[in-house]
Design a protein around this ligand. Structure first.
Ligand SMILES: NC(=O)c1ccc[n+]([C@@H]2O[C@H](COP(=O)([O-])OP(=O)(O)OC[C@H]3O[C@@H](n4cnc5c(N)ncnc54)[C@H](OP(=O)(O)O)[C@@H]3O)[C@@H](O)[C@H]2O)c1
Length: 343
């Protein structure tokens, strides 16, 4: 899960403490509001503070953030549980998904220009703030048909689904895919991407989300609280598993020989793979502006749409973290940082 966990260096924070007797005039730093943690732990450690606006490096853009997405990875990085493995450092601003307007470009940035409406998946996080920098490989033009709030719900979840189904599983027309957690961020995009590729989709969620599975295009919706998915799904070509444990353990048997399981949270058991003659791939999603542009095309063709079910202000970032750690979010939760531009 290297993707979730890149160091966010908030330059200049340490210079806020001014030593007595050293009154040399400093150029005034432009400040912004950000949701920031200074020690790892629970969501309540996240505070809204004034911190310096970051400076874009030569291949980066400075974005005025309008909205940022919320993902289960956000409370994970805040917890610090994976700090060593993922190399996160404090202080840290969460937030991988961003939609906003380019305010400044680095010296070598030619693809994106000041004033462009963009969205992207920031590998280093940092989106829960009024400004952030995105690297060239992280950002692309926002779909015109989406608001900034809708666009911020897309990058990480849609790229994860894309990298699992298209890049890893090479899902093709006529194949059958079982998508666990189809009502969540990743699962919701996975259903739509699979349908856009001409696959047959079986998806699981709880009772309250059966309607959403159908709305997103699932051919078969399974209520995992009342029905064992293995009683319905048999001989599938591909499984997407964002759940793990018992769900993964029972998934091997439903895949046809030569088929594949793409896991998001837990590695597959090699003995089970051998037993059923199937393969598995562990997905570590990554920012990819070119793939995000492919997803943009599907959005503009009305083949994919984000399902935003809740919008919170930045001041409710703690609430957003708490919701993300439930693993029962319906569609996507988005933090709105600024008003949508009028035009
Ligand atoms: N490896 C990677 O690169 C990567 C990337 C993205 C996400 N992830 C991980 O993948 C997981 C899913 O992410 P997400 O953004 O889609 O999460 P999410 O938005 O919280 O959605 C999770 C969905 O799973 C459903 N669900 C919960 N338990 C279930 C079960 N036993 N069977 C079937 N569905 C179940 C929930 O629906 P109900 O409320 O109806 O139960 C919910 O809609 C998270 O753990 C996340 O950290 C990994």
């Amino acid at each position: 899960m290297r993707i979730f966990h890149r160091l966010l260096i908030i330059s200049g924070l340490t210079s806020l403490a001014i030593m007595p007797g050293f009154a040399a005039p400093q150029p005034e730093k432009r400040m912004m509001k950000a949701a920031i943690i200074r020690e790892y732990g629970g969501p309540e450690l996240l505070k809204i503070e004034d911190v310096p606006v970051p400076e874009p490096k030569e291949n980066e853009v400075l974005v005025r953030v309008i909205a940022c997405g919320v993902n289960p990875a956000d409370p994970l990085v805040v917890s610090g549980k994976y700090a060593e493995a993922f190399g996160t450092h404090l202080p840290l601003i969460p937030g991988y998904d961003v939609a906003g307007i380019v305010e400044k470009t680095g010296a070598k940035m030619t693809r994106l220009k000041v004033g462009d409406a963009v969205y992207g998946y920031a590998l280093f996080g940092g989106g829960w703030a009024e400004h952030m920098v995105l690297a060239d490989f992280e950002a692309t033009l926002k779909p015109k048909s989406l608001t900034f709030t809708e666009a911020a719900a897309v990058p990480l979840a849609a790229l994860t689904a894309w990298q699992a189904l298209v890049d890893a599983a090479k899902l093709s027309a006529g194949q059958t895919v079982l998508i666990h957690g189809g009502s969540g961020g990743v699962g919701g995009f996975a259903i739509q991407i699979a349908k856009a590729r001409g696959a047959r989709v079986i998806a699981t969620a709880s009772t309250a989300n059966q309607d959403l599975l159908k709305q997103l295009g699932a051919d078969v919706a399974i209520d995992y609280t009342t029905t064992k998915f293995e009683d319905v799904a048999k001989d599938v070509d591909v499984v997407l598993d964002p759940i793990g444990r018992d769900t993964l353990a029972r998934s091997y048997a439903v895949v046809k020989k030569g088929g594949i399981i793409a896991t998001l949270v837990q590695r597959a058991d090699p003995a089970q793979l051998e037993k059923y003659g199937i393969r598995a791939v562990s997905i570590f999603s990554k920012s990819d502006a070119k793939e995000l542009a492919e997803i943009t095309k599907l959005i503009e063709e009305k083949k994919i749409k984000p399902v935003v079910t809740q919008v919170l202000p930045l001041t409710d970032a703690v609430k957003a973290l708490k919701q993300a750690e439930t693993h029962h979010t319906r569609g996507k939760l988005v933090i709105k940082v600024a008003e949508e531009p009028k035009n």
